[in-house]
Write a protein that binds this ligand. Structure first.
Ligand SMILES: C[S@@+](CC[C@H](N)C(=O)[O-])C[C@H]1O[C@@H](n2cnc3c(N)ncnc32)[C@H](O)[C@@H]1O
Length: 225
């Protein structure tokens, strides 16, 4: 998807974002919390967090709540999402900054202890993903950590199809048009297996790469600088 298509796609989700995520992403809330629980720093430490593809700011808010001395930079392409994010995080004034931009080409800042990416990198082609991994690596301070929730595929196509059918059933049970979301995913996303992502992270220079959680075609992975 080009920049305009990505923005259009996410603009349509602004109205009932959290509700929609809970209906189409299995264990959405659990995953959000777990992403932040994985942050390997003391809760009382001053940490600088980049929330890449922050959307309306749910993940940023959790990080700000769970790490009372954290400062968060919320970065997103879609203006409407960022406006919601600003509204939601207004009570954290002084601890949060915002940037509208495209992480494929705009600078994202530097010196971060943590880079979070919640369900945002799946539009990238393999080459774009590798180059965004590089951007993230460079944006991190020494010992910094990158933690992402990703839509994935299995190395075994049989397993991938099996998981797709359970995922579709999950969406249908929640009253969503599973055909619509499945076709959208197949047409626009570039899901990558956990193994490939971890090995690309290692090629970039990340250490201690790991998959901490997997549920069907969703996973939480990390790499440490
Ligand atoms: C599915 S939402 C995820 C939001 C949030 N991180 C979460 O976990 O709920 C994906 C977000 O990534 C943003 N996004 C997609 N591509 C982007 C890019 N190239 N640069 C910046 N943000 C991007 C979209 O605008 C959207 O808000």
């Amino acid at each position: 998807m080009d920049e305009k298509q990505v923005q259009e796609h996410f603009r349509k989700q602004v109205g009932d974002y959290a509700g929609l995520m809970n209906r189409i992403i299995p264990e959405y809330e659990t995953g959000q919390r777990f992403l932040c629980e994985l942050i390997p720093f003391d809760k009382g430490q001053d940490i600088k967090v980049l929330d890449l593809g922050s959307g309306p700011g749910g993940l940023s808010e959790l990080a700000l709540e769970m790490y009372p001395r954290a400062n968060v930079h919320a970065f997103d392409l879609t203006e409407e999402m960022l406006l919601l994010c600003q509204e939601r995080l207004s009570k954290y004034e002084g601890r949060v900054t915002f940037q509208q931009g495209d992480y494929k080409r705009d600078t994202v800042g530097s010196g971060y202890d943590v880079v979070l990416a919640g369900l945002t990198l799946h539009h990238l082609t393999d080459e774009e993903r590798k180059s965004v991994f590089q951007v993230i690596y460079e944006a991190l301070s020494e010992d910094g950590i990158f933690i992402a929730r990703e839509i994935i595929v299995d190395d075994d196509p049989f397993i991938t199809e099996w998981h797709y059918s359970i995922w579709r059933n999950f969406m249908k049970t929640n009253g969503e048009d599973d055909e619509f979301w499945y076709n959208k995913h197949k047409g626009k996303d570039h899901p990558v297996s956990i193994e490939n992502q971890l090995s690309w992270l290692e090629e970039t220079g990340f250490k201690h790469t790991a998959c901490h959680w997997r549920y069907l075609n969703f996973a939480i992975i990390s790499g440490r600088k």
